[in-house]
Design a protein around this ligand. Sequence first.
Ligand SMILES: [Fe+2]
Ligand SMILES: [Fe+2]
Length: 192
Amino acid sequence: MPFYTKLLGAKYTKQVDKELRASHAGETGAVWIYRGAMVAEFISSLFRISKSKDDSERFIREHLETERAHLAIFESEMPLFRGSFILPLWIAAGFITGFLPRLLGKNWFFYTIYCVEEFVDLHYDEQCKNMSALSIPPSNVIERFQHCQEEEQHHRDEALAMMTQQPSLPMRLWGRAVEKGSAFAVAVAKLI
Ligand SMILES: [Fe+2]
Ligand SMILES: [Fe+2]
């Protein structure tokens, strides 16, 4: 194999590997967002006078199922890739991102999910564009990314529809921090 072909092949594999690692870390974090929210939901239910199940519990359960399915796609249907060395950190970050806002209230939680999914949608979009521009686009990977992206868009829209008031200034600031944090996490997960 000529040297430049080998070099091109290595660069290509590295690029796809990075995208898979970043999104695998993201989907792991997403599962833990909902697990964190589930714990907070349970804690707040202890202090609720009415014990009737509410809509946020259904929302959390359904979204958790979808995120687990996304994670399974990365773990069993994708080409082999190196996972992030700091997955426990993404798990902890995910847990806090779901737990804290749900403790603060439903609107805090739904707004957080809206911000996270808005970020994830744009990120999947960018990844699909980058991979489509490769010499041989990995269509199996791109198709699965697009499938996840469609469901994230649905999550985003559903979260927005569940809100009962406009986000307050502290909520907006938190949302910005979540977006910046997600962008930082993607950059780090691509490397380690
Ligand atoms: Fe997902
Ligand atoms: Fe999602």
